[in-house]
Design a protein around this ligand. Structure first.
Ligand SMILES: NC(=O)c1ccc[n+]([C@@H]2O[C@H](COP(=O)([O-])OP(=O)(O)OC[C@H]3O[C@@H](n4cnc5c(N)ncnc54)[C@H](OP(=O)(O)O)[C@@H]3O)[C@@H](O)[C@H]2O)c1
Length: 322
């Protein structure tokens, strides 16, 4: 699979380095708003083709998958254009600015029968299946509480602080914690309450979200863009609990019995960076003629975008595209 990267930025570089190590996929092209930046990125990461506009990359017939790696605010236009041109897309998280944009993209994907997926890498990592399997084997008994926290001190980043770039902790970090809860337990949300601290720029800096899921399960989420976090998740059940060491790239899962007695530790298989799995999932889904990967179906993307819309509405966090 030959990949074209849209946006020569931070995550684009990490992906280029990862793909180069897979041996079975290639970063064929990169596009930037400026040619010089595209060329210097291409040189740094050994990418054969550099384009000075996003449109040029979408017209490259040799690009099999467009990877959209711009701020959330800039996912929509380029993804719509790519789908109109019949190009499969993998779009960074959060998928879009809001649910209306997400729905338009997913509708177009269905209409054109062109693949589109969200690059929420945790959904594609082996840890997702390992955690679900441990739960189904009854390792913690009946699940009653889930907690997930993800915080980084990233207030210095424009795309985190500016409403026009769809800033805030929720779309950048909280989205992982929400996805964690949904991966472990996709039960309907019966009740939800939340608290948020706003930045001077009007985006959500820190938040805590508490949910009651059907089946008597409670889920608690914390995320912040202004502090370093512990970044773990805990799934607690009637017979014990499991601790997942890192919500956005799990390496170790520790199981404890009642009384905090350590039972076992499961190490997640070695990987390049953890980003390779989402690309492998796209490759396999496209080869199978699908328009969505089974690991992160379109319905789930929309559900989470709608949930984040309603939380932002409650907190008064508005983006220009809302
Ligand atoms: N999966 C992960 O672990 C992970 C980690 C970090 C970020 N992300 C996601 O990846 C996306 C990009 O994040 P990032 O940290 O890579 O961002 P970034 O470095 O700040 O920006 C990425 C690129 O977006 C392009 N861009 C287009 N319009 C822009 C505008 N108005 N202002 C600034 N940049 C603009 C720029 O590329 P050109 O100048 O080349 O056009 C820029 O280099 C976000 O959706 C983020 O949530 C994911």
């Amino acid at each position: 699979m030959r990949i074209g990267i849209i946006g020569a930025g931070h995550i684009g570089g990490k992906i280029a380095r990862t793909i180069a190590q897979t041996g079975c996929m290639e970063c064929l092209a990169v596009a930037s708003r400026t040619r010089e930046k595209a060329e210097s990125f291409a040189t740094e990461f050994g990418i054969p083709r550099a384009y000075g506009s996003y449109a040029e990359l979408l017209d490259d017939p040799d690009v099999d998958l467009v990877y959209v790696a711009t701020p959330h605010s800039h996912h929509f236009d380029v993804t719509m254009e790519a789908l109109r041109k019949g190009k499969p897309c993998l779009v960074e998280k959060a998928f879009m600015a809001n649910a209306a944009q997400a729905k338009a993209v997913l509708d177009l994907s269905r209409e054109k029968q062109v693949f589109v997926a969200e690059a929420i890498w945790t959904r594609y990592q082996p840890a997702a299946d390992i955690i679900r399997r441990l739960i189904s084997y009854g390792k913690v008994g009946r699940v009653r509480q889930i907690s997930a926290t993800l915080s980084y001190s990233i207030e210095h980043k424009d795309r985190i602080m500016k409403p026009e770039l769809c800033g805030g902790a929720l779309l950048d970090l909280g989205v992982y914690a929400i996805n964690f809860v949904r991966m472990v337990c996709p039960n309907p949300i019966e009740r939800i309450s939340s608290q948020c601290i706003l930045s001077d720029t009007g985006v959500d800096l820190s938040e805590s979200i508490s949910m009651v899921l059907s089946g008597g399960i409670q889920a608690n989420i914390q995320s912040s863009a202004c502090c370093a976090g512990y970044n773990t998740a805990v799934v607690a059940g009637s017979k014990g609990y499991m601790v997942i060491d890192n919500v956005n790239n799990p390496r170790r899962i520790s199981l404890y019995a009642i009384g905090g007695i350590f039972m076992e530790e499961i190490t997640v298989p070695d990987c390049i960076s953890g980003y390779e799995y989402e690309f492998e999932a796209c490759r396999d889904a496209i080869a199978a003629g699908l328009i969505e990967p089974p690991q992160m179906p379109h319905g789930e993307i929309l559900f989470i975008m709608e949930l984040m819309d309603s939380l932002r509405k409650e907190w008064g966090v508005r983006y220009p595209m809302d």
